[in-house]
Ligand binder design. Structure first.
Ligand code: NAD
Ligand code: IPM
Ligand code: MN
Length: 349
């Protein structure tokens, strides 16, 4: 059997609740893949910050990086909590992990499982993957404020886009598109306004497209893309886009596919130089935290992405099937977080 060293970061709010269920599922599935999961828990997030003032030390980072993969629930406090400076957890912990571990592919698949009710009356056959760039764009923290607090204040956030950074994520997206049935790739950007970054993204997509003649390529401005996410989401196959557009688009993707509680993601370092990190798309949901109201499905599907990443396609498919069956038989009566996890585990045992 193979041993996989997994760092587990349950985090804040509903994070620990959904991770408990995801770990149950992983523990049930791993033996069938002849896999031994060696877990290390890391207590990080807003609660830890409030208790100790620490966000993520170099020692924490080194310890996490010594694992082969990371499973994260969610981190962050209640937006606007005066005790927690804005962004300190998001930038200092979550983005710090994504940047330090070079998670340049943020993989966010969307499908409407059978029986799941979409808020769209006629969504069609939705099955697409957003390949969101994960280490650049407006997320780099390369900005600043001048004359803060005065009427002359200027607040800047610079979007960094490098040829290297754009090319590697675009290549990943083409590789993925080439493996899928429809072999279609859509670049989403705002080339009509963000002309410098837009030009770089467009030229790189055009250049890489020449190497993938089997992949058909199109382009949408981000604003128009949001229209089609609502009017015709079935048109999409692989979408490649920058960090911020990808963030927004994938909450919308989650909403049309039946809710944020179903949306899984992987922060991937395709070179495996660093551990990849798997997490639900959602946050710590302070509004429902501690009440067993959160849907753990996104966290459970994120475990599926983790197994897929390591080549355990069969184990990943078993999780997907168990989730699909659970979703198709899910009535309208609310279930507790642990009841959903238990039901999925029961299908797997
Ligand atoms: P959120 O995703 O936490 O919540 C948005 C809405 O979705 C809320 O109404 C919440 O109850 C609901 N929701 C989220 N997950 C759910 C689930 N599994 N089941 C059922 N309902 C669910 O977004 P937010 O309110 O903007 O952010 C809250 C905190 O989480 C902030 O501190 C934010 O920075 C952080 N955040 C962290 C991550 C992460 O760790 N990856 C992602 C997004 C937001
Ligand atoms: C996400 C979250 C993060 C992001 C925040 C919490 C930094 O919204 O994973 O989608 O913007 O990437
Ligand atoms: Mn987001």
């Amino acid at each position: 059997s193979r041993t996989l060293k997994l760092a587990v970061i349950p985090g804040d709010g509903i994070g620990p609740e959904v991770i408990a269920e995801a770990v149950k599922v992983l523990d049930v599935v791993a033996p069938s893949a002849d896999l031994v999961i060696e877990k290390t828990q890391f207590s990080l997030g807003a609660d830890r910050y409030l208790a100790t003032g620490d966000v993520l030390s170099e020692e924490d980072l080194t310890a996490i990086a010594s694992h082969e993969a990371i499973l994260l629930g969610a981190v962050g406090g209640k937006p606007g909590d005066p005790r927690i400076p804005a962004g300190i957890i998001e930038r200092g912990l979550l983005l710090k992990l994504r940047f330090s571990l070079d998670h340049y592919v943020n993989l966010r698949p969307t499908t409407i499982f059978p029986g799941v009710v979409s808020p769209l009356a006629n969504p069609g056959d939705v099955d697409f993957v957003v390949v969101r760039e994960g280490t650049e764009g407006p997320y780099v923290g390369n900005g600043g404020a001048l004359r803060q607090g005065t009427p002359y204040e200027i607040a800047n956030e610079l979007s960094v886009n490098t040829a290297h950074g754009v090319e590697r994520v675009v290549r990943y997206a083409f590789e993925l598109a080439a493996k899928r049935d429809r072999k279609k790739l859509t670049l989403v950007h705002k080339t009509n306004v963000l002309v410098n970054a837009g030009s770089l993204w467009s030229r790189i997509v055009d250049a890489v497209a020449a190497e993938y003649p089997q992949v058909s390529v199109d382009y949408l401005h981000i604003d128009a893309a949001t229209i089609f996410f609502v009017t015709d989401p079935a048109r999409f196959d692989v979408i490649v886009t920058d960090n911020l557009f990808g963030d927004i688009l994938t909450d919308l993707a989650a909403a049309i596919s039946g809710g944020i509680g179903l949306a899984a993601s992987g922060n991937i370092n395709p070179t495996n130089a660093f551990p990849s990190m798997f997490e639900p798309v959602h946050g710590s949901a302070p509004d429902i935290a501690g009440q067993q109201k959160a849907d753990p499905t996104a966290a459970i599907l994120s475990v599926g992405l983790l197994l897929e990443h390591f080549g355990y396609a069969e184990a990943a498919a078993r999780i997907n099937d168990a989730v699909a069956t659970d979703l198709s038989e899910r009535g309208s009566a609310p279930r507790r977080t642990s009841e959903i996890g238990d039901a999925i585990v029961a299908r797997l045992s």
